[in-house]
Ligand binder design. Structure first.
Ligand code: A3P
Length: 308
């Protein structure tokens, strides 16, 4: 299935036709979740692959065998992508770990009444847009990136593939008030306090780890380790689909890289759009590596009402 130039528009949102069909998207909306499932939810470039790796390592108590031998899309497939059903059929592992980029308003009904554990991953949106821009340049299944100012406008207008970041984040995080089984983790929390973030996530997953197991997880999911692990760095994907001469999936792995791309004017415009679209949202984002005091879990996951 190449379909590199195909875009599927589904409920007004564009999805790359290389990975999605109308059928696969439609099937996702009726996905029969099991109460034992773990679902990782994110807007692209928010740290999805990182959390997939962390969840694999927590589930295997720090054992790196799966991390070193099974590609991330085979251990935690995207439920809206066309190959998901085949992957699930060929795997007997429990709990099943699934991933999705679908917004809450589309996937919410399928999750209604389910006890599946949902992990929502967010990242500050200025870094998301920069990471997404660079990813568009190497991913041949996404539209041309164009110039950064053009790309930034499309992001702010919610017109990029996978839809509007603002709707995605507010849609899912608003659910924390009513969904006991929803856990919110941030890219920045994982970056600034990996040990604490892994311990908290392992508690949510009811998979407590001893110190040596935590150490192994921390080491295996570090940026340098993941950058060289072909099971998660996407170098297994053929060049025609992801051109690694044009960039790396594991690009910089930093907080605040947006400062290298945004002009002062773009940053101010972004802030005003952010302010109007996020009105009433109490989430606080870490925009800069130096915002160390923001690493406290209660700051980073203010809506996290998970009952452990
Ligand atoms: P950058 O492009 O800013 O480097 P996703 O998996 O949601 O597509 O997100 C990809 C982003 O997460 C990329 O960001 C990638 O480098 C970053 N990332 C992945 N693993 C990471 C890790 N272990 N540490 C820090 N960043 C990581």
């Amino acid at each position: 299935m190449a379909r590199l130039d195909v875009t599927e528009v589904f409920h007004g949102i564009s999805f790359p036709g290389h990975l999605h069909t109308q059928d696969s998207l439609q099937l996702a909306l009726k996905f029969p979740f099991q109460d034992t499932d773990i679902l990782i939810v994110s807007y692209p470039k928010s740290g999805t692959t990182w959390v997939q790796e962390v969840v694999s390592l927590i589930s295997s108590k720090g054992d790196t065998h799966i991390s070193e031998n099974v590609p991330n899309w085979a251990r935690s497939p995207w439920l809206e992508q066309y190959y998901c059903a085949a992957v699930l059929e060929s795997s007997s592992s429990t709990p099943r770990v699934l991933t999705t980029h679908l917004p809450q308003h589309l996937l919410g009904p399928a999750l209604h009444g389910s006890k599946a554990k949902v992990i929502y991953v967010s990242r500050n949106p200025k870094d998301v847009v920069v990471s997404f821009y660079h990813f568009h340049k190497m991913a041949n299944f996404l539209p041309e990136a164009g110039s950064f100012p053009e790309f930034l406008n499309l992001f702010l207008e919610g017109k990029l593939s996978y839809g509007c970041w603002f709707d995605h984040v507010t849609g899912w995080t608003n659910q924390t008030a009513t969904m006991n089984n929803l856990y919110h983790i941030t890219y920045e929390e994982l970056s600034q306090d990996p040990r604490g973030a892994i311990k908290r996530l392992s508690s949510f997953l009811q998979c407590p780890l001893v110190e040596d197991e935590v150490n192994s997880c921390v080491k295996q999911c570090s940026f340098s380790s993941m950058k060289h692990n072909k099971m998660v760095n996407y170098t297994l994907v053929p060049e025609a689909i992801m051109d690694h001469d044009k960039g790396s999936f594991m690009r910089k792995g930093k907080i605040g890289d947006w400062k290298n791309m945004f002009t002062e004017e773009q940053s101010q415009h972004f802030n005003s759009v952010f302010k109007s679209k996020m009105q009433g949202c109490t989430l606080e984002f870490v925009w800069d590596e130096r915002d160390k005091e923001e690493t406290r879990a209660d700051k980073l996951s203010p809506l996290n009402n998970t009952k452990l």
